[in-house]
Write a protein that binds this ligand. Sequence first.
Ligand SMILES: [Zn+2]
Length: 185
Amino acid sequence: MIRICMSCQSDLGKVESQIHSPETITHGLCERCSEKMLYESLGQPLEEFLDSLGVPVLVVDSARRMQTANQAACDLLGKKREDISDRTGGDVIECTHAHRPGGCGVQVHCKTCTIRLAVTRAFETGEPQLGIPAFPDIQFGSEIKNFCLSISTSRVGEFVLLIVEDMRVAAEPRQPERTCDVGVS
Ligand SMILES: [Zn+2]
């Protein structure tokens, strides 16, 4: 995979990948643009900087809540910016598990959620997680659709950027299963 800076398009180097072709492009922020996001954007809304990136990006805080997102992410998820800020990742993508009692983060499924793990690893190690395939079940009213996402995460200061490189429907819709799952803490 080729990794480029979302802001200045500079080359961040090649990345070995078992699942992606050498031509696949993945995104991050170079050091200079990370500093721009953290410091220069203080003078202007952070959203303005994020909107300039052109790739769907969500900003996650250390409590694993979405701080904000850029317009491309809002368009992709069909949500307004104010419906994303201070919400969990599961709420934002309408993950079917987030609709269960206790919500996103405490379900049995959440322990193996690849999106959650990619965010956590970026926070804990500072290492970007690149081109991670994720297959969330997303709720549309009474229907559930299995989606295929490719995500990357990158820590910038106290935040992790959750970059949605690709998002498409993976399987036919189905009715919600009856379940007796209980939340775990
Ligand atoms: Zn850059």
